[in-house]
Ligand binder design. Structure first.
Ligand SMILES: [Zn+2]
Ligand SMILES: [Zn+2]
Length: 351
């Protein structure tokens, strides 16, 4: 076991737009917790909203880092599910375990949910952090750090795809070819989707979607986007995944499914969006929210990644050491990057 210092560096989003690194004493380890050292942490779209004060729930000051891979350094006296030295990734949702949702297999929408790295007292962008050991998944042999860093980000699309229902042979549209959109594409393919059209405003993102298995990528600025997409599908869409969730994307999603279809809202809406209820009722459409994931989604995400379906090296486009987290956030805000990582002390990914 490595010698552990008594202090740690932590990233703190101290005010809107401000990424600070603070030095603090290590927290006490309670009996059910593990102390984990950071290997890599992904910068998520929600971190960028949080940094700029535009996330509905993650408001500064907070400790970021919920897409985290690390090594167990110590375990509390009651922990028997993980061992010191194991490479792990936390499921960052921290459900209460006893509300109606928790007792019916829907802990992701726990009525008392706390979220590691999203307003909780601990986050993963730190040299060392504590986390309830029951939330840790042991990373299988053969996963490098880049592949492991995609387990959490892929779990959200896996959950969204599962909520959409049977996708085998279905016509699917994915709005937005950012990180989440590309991972929805991978999850929809894994679930047997038929024709998949991806839309994005950026040419580089559309190219990225085509390289990763989209049948067609359509410019989201096209004059009649929904008609163009329906023409490319050869029919109306059975399911549209809105990974952007702004007024124009919801409007075109409704237009793309037209009748009897499902719109899954995957992206976090940063602003209020209006939805035409009449169309929903009259055309018998389904509007489905998708929030994070459950343990099964994590397990499926690990299985998809283990199958080699996703080129992790091609998805992780930049990395920065912990002390340069501000640069990592700035890079992640740039449309050219897919997934940007922050690395823990002594970790070099090489490329
Ligand atoms: Zn995330
Ligand atoms: Zn609960």
């Amino acid at each position: 076991m490595t010698t552990i210092s008594l202090t740690r560096r932590r990233v703190l989003i101290s005010a809107p737009g401000v990424v600070d690194i603070v030095e603090e004493a290590l927290p006490e380890l309670s009996p059910h917790e593990a102390l984990v050292s950071l290997r890599v942490a992904g910068v998520c779209g929600s971190d960028l909203h949080g940094l700029h004060g535009s996330h509905p729930t993650m408001k500064p000051p907070y400790y970021p880092g919920h897409e985290v891979v690390g090594v167990v350094e110590r375990i509390g006296s009651a922990v028997d599910t993980v061992a010191v030295g194991q490479l792990v990734t936390p499921e960052p949702t921290l459900p209460c375990g006893h509300c109606k949702m928790c007792s019916t297999g829907r802990s992701n929408i726990c009525a008392n949910l706390e979220f590691f790295g999203c307003g909780f007292r601990e986050g993963g962008m730190a040299d060392l952090f504590t986390v309830d050991a029951s939330r840790l998944h042991v990373i299988p042999e053969g996963f490098d750090l880049r592949l492991a860093a995609l387990i959490e980000p892929l779990s959200t699309p896996v959950h969204a795809v599962r909520l959409a229902g049977d996708l085998i042979g279905k016509s699917v549209v994915i709005i937005g070819a950012g990180t989440i959109g590309l991972l929805v594409l991978a999850a929809a393919r894994a679930h047997g989707a038929g024709r998949i059209v991806v839309t994005d405003v950026l040419e580089s993102k559309r190219r990225g979607a085509l390289e990763r298995g989209a049948d067609v990528a359509v410019d989201a600025t096209a004059p009649d986007l929904a008609a163009t997409v329906r023409a490319e599908l050869g029919e109306t869409a059975d399911v549209v995944f809105d990974c952007v969730s702004i007024q124009p994307t919801i409007a075109s999603a409704i237009d793309m499914v037209q009748r009897g279809g499902t719109v899954v809202v995957v992206g976090v809406p940063a602003k209020p969006v209006q939805f035409p209820l009449f169309e929903l009722q009259e055309r018998q459409m389904r509007l489905q929210g998708a929030a994070t994931y459950t343990r099964e989604d994590y397990e499926e995400s690990i299985a998809i990644l283990a199958s080699g379906a996703i080129d992790a090296a091609g998805m992780i486009t930049a990395d920065f050491p912990l002390e340069r987290t501000a640069d990592a956030f700035a890079a992640a805000a740039n449309g050219d990057q897919i997934k940007v990582l922050v690395t823990g002390a002594g970790v070099t990914l090489g490329r």
